[in-house]
Design a protein around this ligand. Structure first.
Ligand SMILES: C[S@@+](CC[C@H](N)C(=O)[O-])C[C@H]1O[C@@H](n2cnc3c(N)ncnc32)[C@H](O)[C@@H]1O
Length: 279
């Protein structure tokens, strides 16, 4: 199946406020948020010009805008951009964002080559690109300055399969064992092989695939992280942990630390790669 921009556009145009609440409504969202935020804080500096692509409703926009000199916010979904704008207005941050634009990561012609010191593309944009993954990386590297930092976050297949194992078993009865083998072998949930009713067609990645993807480009991988590792403890354990404030703080600290260990890389719900474009 090839990339179809209508799939992410339709999904996120009809997402109401779920993108805004996603990272605070439960323990899983909080874990993701803290791991990503820690990485953003360590790689972005106050003098940076930053592009946040696939920004969604602005959960990270509100933080990024305070971390850098100039922030440009892009997303393929008009709804997400409008929602993001209204949230930034509510938070009195609107005027600090240089530009909001509806744009596909595959075609960012409005930006000149080497325009940004850092590009943040987290929360799974890359998963929707299917046969256009390399084109997406290529386009982001085009608008990134030499020596600039690209931060890419993706849904992790192995992590998702651990967490949603029972769902995969249920879907085996709908789609058959061959489809189940397909999803385990490729991480690709597509119309031909794994026709989920939601039409949420994505390529969930494993770290070996992220490594292979970046190996074709003039970049150095600076950091690999998982995120949502303790999500695997299950919803009940996570919610209990969250109710115990001092314990939860410790869990978040350990989530940030343990997600950097090579042995846990594929086990979280997300994978995050930080790469530097060669000078
Ligand atoms: C799960 S949300 C993540 C939002 C935010 N980055 C976060 O991590 O909370 C994914 C976002 O990527 C956007 N998106 C998906 N494909 C895209 C593409 N090809 N170009 C630009 N944005 C895209 C969607 O519209 C959606 O807002």
């Amino acid at each position: 199946m090839s990339y179809n921009p209508e799939i992410p556009r339709n999904r996120y145009d009809n997402y109401e406020d779920r993108e805004w609440t996603r990272l605070e409504k439960d323990g899983h969202g909080e874990l993701l948020y803290h791991v990503h935020l820690d990485i953003l804080k360590r790689y972005i500096s106050q003098d940076n010009k930053v592009l946040e692509i696939g920004a969604g409703s602005g959960r990270y926009t509100k933080d990024l805008v305070k971390m850098c000199d100039e922030l440009t916010v892009g997303d393929i979904s008009t709804h997400q951009i409008e929602f993001n704008k209204s949230k930034m207005k509510e938070l009195s941050l609107f005027d600090q964002v240089k530009l909001f634009c509806v744009v596909d990561v595959l075609d960012m012609g409005e930006f000149e080559d080497a325009s940004f010191d850092c590009i943040v593309c987290i929360g799974g944009v890359i998963n929707y690109l299917l046969d256009k993954e390399k084109d997406g990386i290529n386009e982001m590297l085009r608008v990134l300055k030499p020596g600039g930092i690209l931060i890419v976050g993706a849904m992790s297949f192995i992590g998702a399969s651990l967490y949603y194992l029972d769902g995969i078993r249920y879907e085996k009865d709908q789609f058959g064992l061959e489809a189940t083998k397909w999803i385990f072998n490729t991480g690709v949930q597509d119309e031909e092989h794994y026709p989920v009713l939601s039409k949420h067609y994505v390529h969930m990645m494993r770290s070996s695939e992220m490594d292979a993807l970046f190996a074709d480009f003039p970049v150095t991988v600076k950091e690999r992280s998982s995120a949502g590792l303790y999500t695997q403890a299950g919803d009940t354990a996570l919610e209990n942990a969250r109710q115990d404030k001092e314990f939860w703080e410790l869990v978040i600290e350990k989530e940030i630390a343990f997600t950097k260990l090579p042995g846990t890389l594929d086990c979280g719900m997300n994978l995050i790669y930080v790469v530097e474009k060669d000078k």
